[in-house]
Design a protein around this ligand. Structure first.
Ligand SMILES: Nc1ncnc2c1ncn2[C@@H]1O[C@H](COP(=O)(O)OP(=O)(O)OP(=O)(O)O)[C@@H](O)[C@H]1O
Ligand SMILES: [Mg+2]
Length: 492
């Protein structure tokens, strides 16, 4: 494990302290490494019987599923119990006749069984994902934990942030696991994805914010820098499920508002208050509805800002929504930010279902502004989107070419290849234009040479345009544009 020496020692101490009969709680956000930490501690707990169980969301309503898993290693000792306790235990484990209304006997049986097993060596019980432990197992554990007394049995409850403990006892010792510090996060990423390109590495480190699951999964998914809008980060299904876990428990109105907040590229509560009535005119008070998401620990509303608990919660909410819902959210936001051309263009582009020149031109203009400010990556993403949204084939080809040029100069040759290969010119266009747009980088080009081929493809396109049009050295792109435009006119 990387960067957890201090935590391993602290958990070990708490488990050992609990051996004189006590429970304690380990908390932390999803994916922060709670389970991994417990496994590391278990490997070091020599001479201790480990009883491990895990709450499973899908089994939360399956009575005694957790208890069954926990007691399995010591069930052979059940024969030493009194007959009524044996019967209650067998019923709970599903191996005997159901015994209605005997929860007390069952709890006593478990306590007795643990005490008998602890005569051999100390016991460490770990309840991972305790927030999903089925309620009957939770009640038995609650009873047992209160009565362990001086038995050498410790109970460790591992709970995700934002969930309640299955035990009713309050004031138990708690240890909170924080995200990894910067140095450990970098080390984990380097170990698992040593070949990651610099921009992607920087981006993953920023988005993961020290969360090991996010670091591992994002590097596996090869996440590149986000393109303009929050949802463009590709999440693996595990990340998706982990970070949007509580969303589906919310009422539909609160889910829709959470999506709206996740779709907004800024954290402004004011914008959400303006957008919400456009989304659903009679949905009631926005902040009251949003409180469900706050209570579920998905976000907070603080000093006019809506802040997601983790950047990945925002991405997971966005990506978990249907494309239709996302488009509606974008078009509502485009309306709210209509005075801000760049943001409006991005939201319009994300809301568009099919090619549309007006939207394409708006996002192309945003690309130009981004390039002036030095936002080469945003500019490239905007140009790409502009090309996708361009209905006219010639203009489409031209925008692809422009985007490919930016991609080459950003060192993103794979993207340039993709763009160049989509820039196809209709046969009806003049031969001069046809020859001026590079069609492909040959497929057989080895990876190491792609960058070279790409830039020469783009340069070729430039110089061919120059030759065929007799244009100046640096004017090729503009002339190509003019030529495309006059060709387009000639076709109509
Ligand atoms: N310090 C670490 N060094 C290396 N890998 C780690 C570290 N912490 C966690 N991991 C890895 O990150 C992933 C997520 O960790 P883990 O499953 O323990 O998180 P968790 O907190 O238990 O999440 P959940 O709330 O979903 O149960 C695992 O693949 C784990 O092996
Ligand atoms: Mg876990």
């Amino acid at each position: 494990m990387i960067g957890r020496d201090r935590e391993i020692l602290a958990v070990g101490d708490l488990v050992r302290a609990g051996r004189t009969g006590g429970a304690w709680v380990l908390r932390g956000e999803a994916g922060v490494g709670k389970s991994a930490l417990i496994s590391a501690v278990c490997r070091e707990l020599t001479g201790t019987q480990i009883l491990m169980t895990r709450g499973v969301e899908a089994e939360a309503s399956l009575p005694f599923a957790g208890l069954h898993q926990m007691l399995r290693p010591i069930m052979p000792l059940a024969g030493t119990l009194a007959p009524r306790q044996q019967a209650a235990l067998a019923a709970a484990m599903g191996t005997g006749e159901a015994q209605a209304g005997e929860p007390f006997i069952l709890a006593l049986a478990v306590l007795e069984l643990l005490a008998t097993a602890a005569d051999r060596s100390p016991i460490a019980i770990f309840v991972d994902d305790a927030q999903w432990l089925d309620a009957p197992s939770g009640q038995v554990l609650d009873f047992v934990a209160r009565r362990l007394g001086a038995e050498p049995v410790s109970v460790s409850l591992i709970i995700r942030d934002g969930y309640v403990s299955p035990l009713t006892t309050t004031g138990l010792p708690e240890l909170h696991i924080d995200p990894l510090d910067d140095e450990s996060a970098r080390a984990l990423l380097d170990l698992n994805a040593p070949d990651l390109a610099m921009p992607a590495r920087r981006h993953i480190l920023r988005v993961a914010a020290g969360n090991p699951l996010a670091l591992l999964e994002l590097s596996r998914a090869g996440a590149g820098p986000a393109d303009g809008l929050p949802g463009s980060l590709p999440l693996t299904s595990r990340l998706q499920a982990t970070f949007s876990a509580r969303l589906h428990e919310l009422p539909p109105g609160a889910q829709a508002l959470t999506l709206l907040a996740a779709t907004n590229d800024q954290d402004s509560a004011r914008e959400l208050l303006l957008a919400a009535p456009l989304l659903k005119p009679d949905a009631g008070d926005t902040l009251t509805t949003l409180q469900f998401a706050v209570d579920a620990g998905l976000l907070t509303v603080d000093r006019g800002e809506i802040l997601f608990r983790h950047p990945l919660v925002r991405s997971a909410v966005y990506q978990g929504a249907s494309p239709a819902d996302r488009r509606v959210a974008h078009s509502v936001l485009a309306e709210v930010v209509r005075e801000q051309p760049d943001r409006r263009a991005w939201h319009l582009a994300a809301a568009a279902v099919e090619p549309d020149e007006q939207t394409a031109a708006a996002i192309e203009a945003a690309a130009t502004r981004a390039a002036t400010r030095g936002g080469r990556h945003t500019s490239l993403a905007a140009l790409e989107r502009a090309a996708e949204l361009t209905p006219d084939p010639l203009k489409h080809a031209l925008r692809c070419l422009t985007a490919a040029e930016v991609a080459v100069s950003s060192g993103d040759s794979a993207r340039a290849v993709r763009l160049l290969s989509t820039a196809s010119i209709p046969r009806s266009a003049s031969p001069r234009v046809t020859s001026s747009v590079p069609r492909l980088v040959p497929r057989w080009v080895p990876r190491s040479k792609v960058k070279h081929y790409c830039s020469s493809a783009v340069q070729n396109a430039r110089s061919r345009t120059r030759l065929t049009s007799g244009g100046g050295r640096y004017g090729s792109k503009i002339q190509l544009r003019t030529r495309c435009q006059s060709d387009a006119k000639a076709q109509h």
